[in-house]
Design a protein around this ligand. Structure first.
Ligand code: B12
Length: 208
């Protein structure tokens, strides 16, 4: 078994092989952090391939699912070592919108990268976002929006965050198929992520 086997297996979306290699590596005493590093590098590579249109959304979803299973195998070992979450993030699909596949992808990538995510689900009212930010103390909030008619809900959520006096405390990112840089500017958000990988990069920078 070479040092890059887990990375290679995940990049090639070999579900069974990834699980097998992770279990075998743990048995042989490989540090879970080292395994996690290989998995994360593979996910970043898949994200880069996605950007270059060398793979597609189903590959992203599948890679995320394989990663989730692999992380479950690592979970107990990492927790035993008392690893702390890297930071908190509040995520939800905006009011009026029930699309959740993209939002779930963002949540999954963040969780797998070690962030503590408060997932508010879909059709989330502005005051729910505000409540969750206050309760969790998150430094980043992510909104998903797939409907143009729900752009107004993004603006209203930003306004509710401002009215609650916590705008300085959080960076606001948005994403979803019809969202653009222009929508980000018009609604008063800080960052537009064209995919889940960009969302992960933004959150990682906010907490670095
Ligand atoms: C599947 C789907 C549905 C499913 C949703 C199932 C579910 N559980 O989510 C169902 C059938 C329920 C549905 C319902 C409707 N839908 Co629909 N749906 C879609 C479809 C085909 C795919 C969306 C999807 O999941 N894509 C895959 C995911 C992975 O992509 P994504 O969400 O864009 O996410 C990626 C990025 O955008 C980004 N991202 C997403 N969110 C976030 C958040 C952050 C913070 C960051 C950083 C990144 C990020 O990361 C992801 C990739 O890494 C789209 C077509 C399209 N072109 O998008 C239409 C679409 C979004 N739907 C549409 C419409 C009109 C509707 C309905 C109004 C239909 C109707 N008349 O009832 C209802 C609305 C119900 C409601 N109130 O929300 C329109 C919206 C048009 C518009 N511009 O407003 C679309 C574009 C179809 C079309 N071409 O007309 N829909």
């Amino acid at each position: 078994m070479s040092n890059n086997d887990i990375y290679e297996a995940l990049v090639n979306l070999e579900e069974k092989k990834v699980k097998q290699l992770v279990s075998q590596s743990l048995e042989k005493g490989m540090a879970p952090e080292e395994i996690m590093e290989q998995l994360q590098k593979a996910l970043i590579e898949i994200g880069d391939r996605f950007e270059r249109e060398e793979c597609y959304v189903p590959d992203l979803i599948y890679s995320g699912a394989i990663m989730k299973d692999a992380v479950e195998l690592l979970g107990p070992k990492i927790k035993e070592k008392g690893a702390e979450a890297k930071g908190k993030v509040v995520v939800g699909t905006v009011y009026g919108d029930i699309h959740d596949i993209g939002k779930d992808l963002v949540v999954m990538l963040l969780q797998n990268a070690g962030f503590d995510v408060v997932d508010l689900g879909v059709d989330v009212k502005p005051e729910k976002f505000v409540e969750a930010i206050k309760e969790s103390g998150a430094k980043v909030v992510g909104m998903s929006c797939l409907l143009t008619i729900s752009f107004d809900a993004i603006s209203k959520t930003v306004k509710a965050i401002e009215d609650a006096g916590i705008r300085d405390q959080v960076s606001i990112m948005i994403g979803g198929a019809p969202v653009t840089e222009l929508v980000k500017d018009k609604t008063g958000c800080d960052y537009y992520g064209k995919d889940a990988i960009h969302g992960l990069r933004f959150v990682s920078e906010a907490y670095s």
